[in-house]
Design a protein around this ligand. Structure first.
Ligand code: NDP
Ligand code: OXD
Length: 310
C-alpha cells in the first residue's frame, strides 16, 4: 500500500507513528519522493495546492490532517467519488478543550481587567462571578464543542448552552438548534465560544446584527474559523464595549496582517491558530483505523458531508 503525504509541514514527526500503526505502507512525500500518480492508494493532506488531489486516479481516500476542511473544499477539482475524512482524535479534542477552558477561566476570573489594572498600577478587587450562574454558550456542539462543554461542567459551570444544526440531547446542556433559535441562544450567552466549521451557512454568522443580540459586556472566544465573524463589526463592538473582550485564534487572513486593527486593541487577545494542533502520535492510529475500514469495504468515521460542507 502506498501513502502520499502532502503538506508544507515536515514528514519527520509522522514517520515513526506511521511505521508503527501502518507497518505495511510505503510512505511518499509529495514534492520530494518519486511516485507514479496511479500508484497512490491513500493521501494524507493538509492545505494541498488546488487541483492536486484530483491527479491520483486510484486513490481510495483522502485523510485530512486537521479538523477543518473549509480550505480543502474550496478546491473546484476536489475528487467527489472517494471519502474525504477529517481528523477527529483525542489529542486534537483535548487541546481545544484546554484552550477553551483557559480563556473561559481568564474572562470568568477578570484576568483581562487585572492586566489593564496592572498596567495602570491599580489595586482593585473585581466582584467574582459565580461559575454556576455564569452563562457560557458554545456555537457548534460537535466533537470539540461537546467535549469543551463537558469539561466546563466538570469545572462547575452549570449554565451551559450550545447551538448546532440539529438538536442535541445532552445531560445538563441546553440545546438550541437552527437559525430560528440563534437569537435566543445569543441573548442568554455571556461568554460565547465559537467552534463552528466555516461553511457557506456559517460564514459571517457573527455580524453587527447578531453581535448586538449578545448581552452588553459579553466575551467572545473564537477558535473555529476567522470567517465566522465579520471582523469590522467585531472591531466596532469591541471599541464600543458591547463586547468586553475577545480571545481570537483564527482570522480571515492568516497570519494576521501586521497592520490589522486587532493588534492595537487592548481587549483583544491574539493567538496564532494554535488552539489545537495535530499530534501525529494521536492522529495516526485514527488514520490507520480509517484505512483498515476502507480495506475491509467499510466507510471510515468522520467522512466529510460535501453538501453540508463539514
Ligand atoms: P464537528 O463537525 O464535529 O462539529 C461541528 C458543529 O457545528 C456541529 O455541532 C454542527 O451541527 C454545527 N454546525 C455546522 N453548521 C452549522 C449551521 N449551519 N448551523 C448550526 N450549527 C452548525 O466539528 P469539530 O467540532 O470537530 O470542529 C469544529 C471546527 O473547529 C472545525 O471545523 C475547525 O474549523 C475548528 N478547529 C480549529 C482548530 C484551531 O486550532 N483553531 C483546531 C481544530 C478545529 P450538527 O451537530 O447539528 O451537525
Ligand atoms: C484546524 C486544525 O482545523 O488545525 O484548524 O485541525
Amino acid at each position: 500500500m502506498n501513502i502520499l503525504y502532502i503538506s508544507v509541514d515536515p514528514i519527520a514527526p509522522w514517520q515513526k507513528p506511521l511505521r508503527r500503526h501502518i507497518p505495511d505502507a510505503d510512505i511518499f512525500v509529495w514534492g520530494t519522493d518519486d511516485i507514479d500518480e496511479s500508484d497512490v492508494d491513500y493521501i494524507l493532506a493538509w492545505n494541498p495546492p488546488k487541483g492536486l488531489l484530483n491527479t491520483f486516479p486510484k486513490a481510495k481516500a483522502i485523510f485530512v490532517l486537521g479538523a477543518g476542511v473549509d480550505a480543502l473544499l474550496q478546491d473546484p477539482d476536489l475528487p467527489k467519488s472517494i471519502p474525504i475524512v477529517r481528523l477527529v482524535d483525542p489529542g486534537l479534542t483535548r487541546g481545544m478543550t484546554e484552550h477553551v477552558m483557559y480563556w473561559v477561566l481568564h474572562f470568568h476570573r477578570h484576568m483581562h481587567t487585572y492586566a489593564l489594572q496592572q498596567a495602570a498600577h491599580q489595586w482593585i478587587a473585581q466582584t467574582p462571578h459565580n461559575a454556576e450562574k455564569h452563562r457560557v454558550g458554545i456555537l457548534g456542539l460537535g466533537e470539540l464543542g461537546q467535549d469543551a462543554a463537558h469539561a466546563l461542567m466538570m469545572m462547575g459551570f452549570e449554565s451551559i448552552a450550545g447551538w448546532s444544526r440539529s438538536r442535541k440531547d445532552l445531560p445538563s446542556i441546553e440545546s438550541f438548534a437552527g437559525p430560528d433559535e440563534l437569537d435566543a441562544f445569543l441573548a442568554r450567552t455571556e461568554i460565547l465560544v465559537c467552534l463552528l466549521p466555516q461553511t457557506t451557512e456559517t460564514q459571517g454568522l457573527l455580524n453587527a446584527d447578531t453581535l448586538a443580540k449578545l448581552p452588553q459586556g459579553a466575551f467572545i472566544i473564537n477558535s473555529g474559523r476567522g470567517g465566522l465573524i465579520v471582523e469590522d463589526d467585531l472591531t466596532q463592538a469591541l471599541q464600543s464595549g458591547h463586547i468586553q473582550a475577545a480571545a481570537l485564534d483564527v482570522f480571515n487572513t492568516e497570519p494576521l496582517p501586521k497592520d490589522h486593527v486587532f493588534w492595537t486593541l487592548d481587549n483583544v487577545f491574539i493567538t496564532p491558530h494554535i488552539a489545537s494542533i495535530t499530534d501525529p502520535a494521536c492522529a495516526t492510529p485514527v488514520i490507520a483505523d480509517g484505512i483498515q475500514a476502507i480495506e475491509h469495504g467499510d466507510l471510515p468515521d468522520n467522512v466529510v458531508d460535501l453538501d453540508k460542507g463539514y
